[in-house]
Design a protein around this ligand. Structure first.
Ligand code: MLT
Ligand code: MN
Ligand code: ZN
Length: 299
């Protein structure tokens, strides 16, 4: 199985267009310690030819350009992207669908809850319905979006997209609006979970034995954004678990058998983004890789 991390940052990217936090400031200055990063998306293929795109980031055009595996390569019109799967309806995961117009056939997969919220908005009709098939997928049902790639969606603690929040929303609810993805090919297994509010025993059992786990790396501490002085929201309020601490992701997965542990969806306020920092060393010493754009895994 071939995996390309197209975008390793959370919503906003690194640097974020309007941000001068200490980390974005390093990135704006071109400091080699902070690599610029685009927004959250990966691509997976069983053969290196046909690819499943997981989440369609607002930066997708740049991501396709930067990764030759994603370039059109035959005839007049072509794309190696055969299917697109959404793990939630957040803007950083769906806005790129608007770039995938121009009459290129593919199938768009998501749970009914996620797909409905997106396609209810008629701007997404730019992906003409007779060209781009919409396919709802139930939780815990295995499907094959690309021949040779078995995919199963499962719910993880999360919340509705930011733009759908209202007084009834529940943070940490396990519904079909935030899902994890188990991907299997050639006897290898990859778990992709870019958004998750809490690590439950169910989740630990689910990912036990995977060859690689790509997991929510939004915040190091729950109050990263408050410490950075750029906002009042905690990680939990945004539906994202912290890396550090007793109930954080690093400690929670410590006793689970996992081949490679990789943080994705990293917010620009997360100190692990700074190469050479004690925070980066802290998660690396505990077996985690902080993803950068263009990182590939061959499983
Ligand atoms: C998130 O992951 O919390 C969202 O992408 C936030 C957003 O839409 O900006
Ligand atoms: Mn996000
Ligand atoms: Zn910033």
């Amino acid at each position: 199985m071939h995996v390309v991390i197209l975008g390793s940052a959370a919503g906003g990217g690194v640097p974020q267009w309007n941000c001068r936090c200490s980390i974005c400031s390093l990135a704006w200055a071109g400091d080699a310690r902070v690599k610029p990063r685009t927004q959250s998306s990966i691509a997976v293929s069983p053969d290196g030819e046909r690819w499943l795109l997981l989440n369609a980031s607002p930066d997708i055009r740049q991501q396709i350009q930067a990764n030759p595996q994603m370039h059109p390569r035959e005839g007049l019109r072509h794309s190696p992207i055969h299917a697109v799967l959404l793990t939630n309806g957040d803007v950083d995961h769906v806005a790129g669908l608007l770039t995938l117009r121009e009459g290129q056939p593919f199938t768009l997969y998501a749970t009914p809850g996620i797909l409905g919220s997106v396609t209810d908005n008629r701007v997404f009709d730019v992906m003409a319905a007779d060209v781009v098939k919409r396919q709802t997928i139930a939780l815990n049902e295995t499907f094959e979006p690309v021949p040779g790639l078995q995919v199963t969606l499962f719910s993880v603690p999360g919340k509705v997209p930011l733009w759908l929040e209202d007084s009834s929303m529940q943070i940490g609810a396990e519904t079909e609006t935030t899902v994890g993805t188990m991907i299997e090919a050639g006897g290898k297994r990859l778990a992709y979970i870019p958004g998750c509010a809490r690590v439950t025993d169910d989740l630990k059992a689910r990912v036990s034995g995977v060859d690689a786990l790509l997991f929510d790396g939004t915040v190091l501490e729950d109050d990263d954004m408050i410490r950075a002085g750029v906002g009042t929201k905690t990680g939990w309020r945004m539906g994202h678990i912290q890396m550090n601490g007793e109930t954080g992701s690093v400690a929670s997965f410590a006793d689970v058998e996992i081949g490679r542990r990789v943080f994705v969806h990293i917010n620009n306020t997360n100190p692990v983004l700074v190469e050479g920092s004690p925070e980066r060393a802290g998660v690396e010493q505990r077996g985690w890789t902080v993803a950068h754009d263009g990182l590939t895994l061959d499983l």
